[in-house]
Design a protein around this ligand. Structure first.
Ligand code: SF4
Ligand SMILES: [Zn+2]
Length: 340
């Protein structure tokens, strides 16, 4: 099967039938997590809305992304979105940092209509200092960003899934719908509109060895840094119904090591300029997430989190475990796509 037909077959299999009204009234999840605002440690309130989800996930989708399982298979009505927001506000404790995700693009009108977007931003106005939303680059336009900024009044942060600045990695391995230049241009537009652009960079897309993946992330940090305020290194974890899962099940994909995350931050810290460089690995230390030997995972994850919050990366130098030498030999010897 070619990479193209595999991606389309996987997208077809995970397509959801339109959901009933009851499910559409409930958001997917909400929680509080540690974050930093400027130099200050704060709590962030995270909300995942249930929406139509990413249009690109229906057509083909990105090789590592299984977020469409949390979507409706149709657009949510303004009333349903209002109900989800109302329920979420009952759990909101005044955290200064609010992150709202949709398993797609918050700025795509098919996922969240303009009136609902403004209502949501307005609900946190005067209560949160920073509001983060995510979008594909084509929706990062003045027409969508300016009303949102006005409704919120505080700092608006907009995250873009740039993943890699290499056009081949982004197009052929990650399967994004636009080249890296579209993401860099969108970041520049966002900055000009007074929003703060944040880049997600994917560590170890399929079809790259551990060392190729690390080099790709470090180069991407250097090339993205002039355009973004924050660079977030996101190591791959295995999500259901994805190309990455298909390859993983056939022993053709090995999850990234946490040592690679550590190294990406250490090397990235030297090339990021004054930008914020962070990593909060999802499913870290778990079998389907980035992991080391199992004995050192907790310590290494805690050090990664601490470095991300404090922006002090020196402590990462002193981490060690007997599995580090195995990771080093994998970097030298791993054949393409093989299990290490
Ligand atoms: S990673 Fe983003 S663009 Fe790609 S399918 Fe998932 S939600 Fe859509
Ligand atoms: Zn170890």
């Amino acid at each position: 099967m070619t990479q193209e037909s595999l991606a389309r077959a996987v997208a077809r299999d995970r397509h959801l039938p339109p959901a009933a009204t009851e499910g559409a009234r409930r958001y997917v999840n909400a929680w509080v997590e540690p974050e930093a605002l400027g130099g200050e440690r704060v709590e962030a309130f995270v909300l995942i809305l249930r929406t139509r989800g990413c249009y690109w996930a229906d057509a083909k989708g990105c090789s590592m992304c299984g977020y469409s399982k949390d979507t409706l298979g149709r657009s949510a009505t303004p009333e349903e979105l209002a109900e989800q927001l109302g329920r979420a506000l009952e759990r909101y404790g005044g955290q200064p940092y609010v992150k709202v995700y949709t398993s797609g693009s918050f700025l795509d009108d098919r996922e969240v209509d303009p009136v609902s977007r403004a209502k949501l931003a307005g609900a946190f106005a005067g209560r949160a200092r920073r509001l983060l939303v995510e979008t594909l680059p084509e929706f990062a336009t003045a027409e969508r960003v300016v009303p949102l900024k006005e409704a919120f009044g505080g700092e608006l942060e907009v995250a873009l899934g740039l993943e890699s600045t290499d056009p081949t990695v982004l197009g052929k391995f990650v399967h994004k719908n636009a080249p890296p230049s579209a993401y860099l241009d969108a970041a520049d537009r966002l900055r000009a509109l007074g929003a703060s652009p944040k880049a997600y960079l994917l560590l170890k897309p399929p079809y790259l060895t551990e060392s190729e993946a690390l080099a790709d992330t470090v180069r991407s940090i250097a090339e993205a840094a002039p355009h973004f305020d924050t660079l977030s290194v996101n190591p791959v974890h295995i999500q259901k119904g994805t190309v990455v899962e298909w390859l993983y099940r056939r022993d053709r994909y090995r999850l990234p090591w946490l040592w690679s995350v550590v190294e990406a931050l250490r090397e990235g810290a030297r090339v990021r300029g004054s930008r914020r460089l962070v990593s909060f690995p999802t499913a870290g230390g778990l079998p389907r997430g980035p992991h080391n030997c199992g004995r050192c995972d907790r310590t290494v994850l805690a050090a990664i989190e601490e470095a991300s919050l404090s922006q002090e990366f020196e402590a990462l130098e002193s981490l060690d475990c007997s599995c580090r030498s195995r990771w080093e030999s994998v970097r030298e010897l791993e054949p393409l796509g093989a299990e290490a």
